[in-house]
Every structure is written in structure tokens, then in C-alpha cells.
Design a protein. Structure first.
Length: 470
């Protein structure tokens, strides 16, 4: 095994990259490995029974003459002496040109520290195996596949026509050899080459880059180093099972609840505090409620906002100065309505319901002496800051205009009133209020309650609020 210097994971010696972090183990192994160990030959095939030798194309070859055995290209091993076969575990020599029994292939010895090379491996020949001599233990083979290139598979041996003419059935039956271990032949361990056979990975993850079969628990390919988990997040140590990726609970459209906000606007037109109204009732006041204003013109409990299903309703809570809603388009006026125009407070009164101050005596048909007026349809009363009535202006004709510079009613001392601010129109018995595009707007006091829409403006005491419903 080889330990990764990056994450300290134990990897097999034949892996080129770490299975956890993808570290290049091949470069590390080549940097610290002194030599390349000669590959070992594959282990000897298991012994076959005598019945197998009689099958067609399997088992021992037909009997050969001495001349056919010595023919070039056959690859049959020469006859060995009994002393040699006892030392190397090889069966008895051929007698009379026919194999007398199964012959076990000679084990390949590992590289010796003395320096003499092992004999070259000859291509295997399919023949019955002879019983091996009695020995104490089987030979210990060096690890295979740990270092260096793997040997190429042996090429098949071609049997000459003379040897193929003999039938396998002409061979005498051979008794099964007694089970006896081969003599123990072991190579001295090398300090630089590990003696542990590398475990083969179990069926799990197939590398898409090189096709190497990796274990199912690794994150990097041991052959080419490609990441196998697709770069997904792995659970930290001690977290237990992998945490699932959080996603939308359903594929249907997400229904978002409407939100209502009140944004304060100062005298310069800049936005200030923002109040988000929850569903239901929200109390506004100077000392009571959720929306609070440090304003002397705001009552302790001034008004109440009710927001439900995208619909906002404002209700006056009996405040002294009331709640005013900005006029959009033409707004019908009723007798006794209060208006805020700039810094002015007015009360509108209709002359249709005005009481006659001078009473006529019975039988007196004289006309009343009074100030002439060309058909007035209403009047506007100014309310002073101490609550008293100030100037009174009459609306005559069919239209009366108010402004700071132009109109029937001119108020040049108020800088919050536009040059042409608003107009009062008579349509039959009704009177309409119309804003003329003023900068600061025209406001009418809310009686009891009123519905407020997105983009409307409210006056609460000395505070201007913009309504946002999204």
C-alpha cells in the first residue's frame, strides 16, 4: 500500500492517483522507486485428471517420436535428470518419445540479490502433468502487477503433422498423482518493493475517461485520477448520511401574499421611514399603536389601517385633526367637508342649505336689502390655527379657481400653494373639486373610513404618507 501525502489515505500500489483527493501517486512512486522489479510469471495451472487428457483438443498431446520432439519450433523441454527434477519440482523425462506422465511446469524464481538471472520462461505446452515430488511447502511467488510492465500472454505451440497423427487414446491410463506440495522457494524481501498483493477493486464505479473499474466508495479514479462523484458536495466527517439538496417543494407556481407599506415623505420630497403593514388591523398614533409619529398634530390614537387580500382601508379614530386623502380627478364635495390646500385649512359650505337670517313679516312683500351676488353656489371658510373662522369666499358662476398667483381666490402668502392649484365646479346641484396638477396636491378629510389604493397620499397630522401595495 502507498499512503497519499496529501490526505493520508492508503491506496493500492498500482493506483496512479489517490482515490480521495486525486493526488498524482504515479509521479510520487517514480520519484522514490529505485529500480523496476522484473515481472513474475503467472502461477502454474491446476493439475488435470487423466480423464481430461482423453478429450479432443484438451490435455496431453499425442505420443511423439524422438525425432518429432527434437524438431525446431515445437518448444518441448529437453529430458531432465532425476536430480534436476527433484530440485525444481519437474516431472520425469520423456521415455521412448512418449510422455510417461504429467509434467508440472517449472516455477519461475524471482530476481536474486546475487545477480544471476532466472531462466527464461518457455511457452506452456498442453500435456498431462506428472506428480510433483514430495516437499514441505509450495513455493512463494513474488507479488505480481505491483511494478513494471506485465508479461505478454504466451503464444500457442504448433504441433508438427507427425505428432498430430497419433491418437490421444493410445496413451496408457495414468493414475492421479498424489497431492504433494512443491518445495519452498522464496525470494529475499526487497526493502523498496512492498510484498503485499494489491487488492482488486470490486464492481462499483466505472471511470468514464479510462474505463478502469473502481470501488464504489472512492471519489477519484485510481488509474487516471478523474473525479468520479461529479464534483458534488460530500458529507463532512461525523455528519452521518449525505444531506439532501434542498429544492422547491412543488413545481406549481408560488403564490405571493400582497404587501402594504407606508413611506413617509418630508418637506423636501425625500423618502423617510417605511412602515410595513401586516394583514389585519394596524393602529397609528403618537403614543398608541404600531405606526408612531412624534408629531404634536397627531392624536395619541389617531387612525387605524385595515389590510386584507390586497385591499387597504383607513379609518379615523376620532382624532382632532383627522386623516386627509389626496384628490384624484374630480372629487364630489358635500356640505361641511374640510380641505387642506398648502398650509391652509378650509371648510366647504353649500348655499343650497344656507339658512335665511332675515325673516319676513306676514303680509310684507318688500325685497330684502343685501349685498348683490351673481348666483353663488357655495362658499369657502378659512379655519385659523386657534379654531376660529377667518376669511369667507363665495363661489359664483359655474367655476371658481384658487391659486397663489392666478384665480378667483388668490393666496400669495402661502408658498406651498401652486400658481394654479385647484378649481371648484358646479354641475347642477353638485359641486366638484378638481386638482390642477399642483405640486403638493389637494386633500379632503376622510369621513369615517375610506378605501386607499396603491400610489395614494395621506396626511396624518403633519406627516405625508405614500401608500405602496405590491
Amino acid at each position: 500500500m502507498i499512503k497519499c501525502p496529501n490526505c493520508a489515505r492508503d491506496n493500492a500500489d498500482n493506483f496512479n492517483f489517490c482515490l480521495d483527493c486525486g493526488y498524482d501517486l504515479k509521479a510520487l512512486r517514480e520519484a522514490f522507486s529505485p529500480t523496476t522489479v522484473a515481472p513474475s510469471s503467472p502461477p502454474p495451472p491446476p493439475p488435470r485428471s487423466p480423464s481430461t487428457s482423453s478429450a479432443a483438443g484438451v490435455g496431453a498431446p499425442p505420443a511423439r517420436s524422438p525425432s518429432s520432439i527434437d524438431a525446431p519450433g515445437v518448444g518441448a523441454p529437453p529430458a531432465r535428470t532425476p536430480s534436476t527434477s527433484g530440485a525444481l519440482g519437474v516431472g520425469p523425462p520423456l521415455a521412448g518419445g512418449v510422455d510417461s506422465g504429467p509434467v508440472a511446469p517449472a516455477p519461475t524464481l524471482p530476481a536474486s540479490p546475487v545477480g544471476w538471472p532466472p531462466p527464461p520462461a518457455s511457452p506452456p505446452v498442453s500435456r498431462p502433468q506428472a506428480p510433483p515430488p514430495t516437499a514441505s511447502a509450495p513455493p512463494t511467488l513474488p507479488p505480481s502487477g505491483t511494478q513494471g510492465p506485465r508479461p505478454a500472454p504466451p503464444s500457442p505451440v504448433t504441433i508438427p503433422p507427425t505428432a498430430q497423427s497419433f491418437a490421444p487414446s493410445a496413451l496408457p491410463p495414468v493414475a492421479p498423482p498424489p497431492s504433494a506440495p512443491l518445495p519452498s522457494v522464496s525470494a529475499p524481501p526487497s526493502p523498496s518493493v512492498p510484498t503485499t498483493i494489491a487488492p482488486q477493486p470490486v464492481a462499483g464505479l466505472l471511470c468514464p475517461a479510462c474505463g478502469y473499474q473502481n470501488a464504489s466508495t472512492v471519489k477519484f479514479c485510481g488509474e487516471c485520477g478523474k473525479r468520479l462523484d461529479g464534483g458534488s458536495l460530500a458529507p463532512a466527517a461525523g455528519d452521518g448520511p449525505r444531506t439532501m439538496f434542498m429544492h422547491a417543494a412543488s413545481s406549481g407556481p408560488v403564490v405571493r401574499e400582497p404587501v402594504c407599506r407606508l413611506v413617509t415623505i418630508d418637506q423636501t420630497g425625500r423618502e423617510g421611514m417605511t412602515f410595513t403593514l401586516r394583514t389585519g388591523d394596524t393602529v397609528c398614533g403618537r403614543t398608541n399603536g404600531v405606526v408612531l409619529f412624534d408629531d404634536p398634530f397627531v392624536s395619541p390614537t389617531h387612525c387605524r389601517f385595515t389590510f386584507n387580500a390586497g385591499r387597504l382601508v383607513v379609518q379615523d379614530a376620532g382624532s382632532l385633526n383627522g386623516v386627509y386623502l389626496r384628490v384624484r380627478g374630480d372629487r364630489p364635495l358635500a356640505d361641511g367637508d374640510y380641505l387642506r390646500v398648502g398650509r391652509q385649512l378650509f371648510r366647504f359650505e353649500s348655499l343650497a342649505n344656507a339658512a335665511i337670517q332675515i325673516a319676513k313679516a306676514d303680509g310684507d312683500d318688500a325685497a330684502v336689502w343685501g349685498s348683490p351676488h351673481p348666483g353663488a353656489f357655495g362658499r369657502l371658510l378659512q379655519i385659523l390655527d386657534d379654531g376660529r373662522t377667518g376669511e369667507i369666499r363665495l363661489f359664483s358662476g359655474d367655476r371658481c379657481q384658487l391659486g397663489r398667483e392666478h384665480g378667483d381666490i388668490v393666496l400669495p402668502s402661502d408658498g406651498f400653494i401652486s400658481g394654479k392649484h385647484c378649481a371648484f365646479l358646479r354641475q347642477g346641484a353638485d359641486v366638484l373639486l378638481q386638482d390642477l396638477g399642483s405640486s403638493n396636491g389637494t386633500y379632503v378629510r376622510v369621513r369615517s373610513e375610506a378605501e386607499v389604493s396603491n400610489g395614494d397620499f395621506l396626511l396624518v397630522g403633519n406627516q405625508m404618507l405614500r401608500v405602496e401595495i405590491v
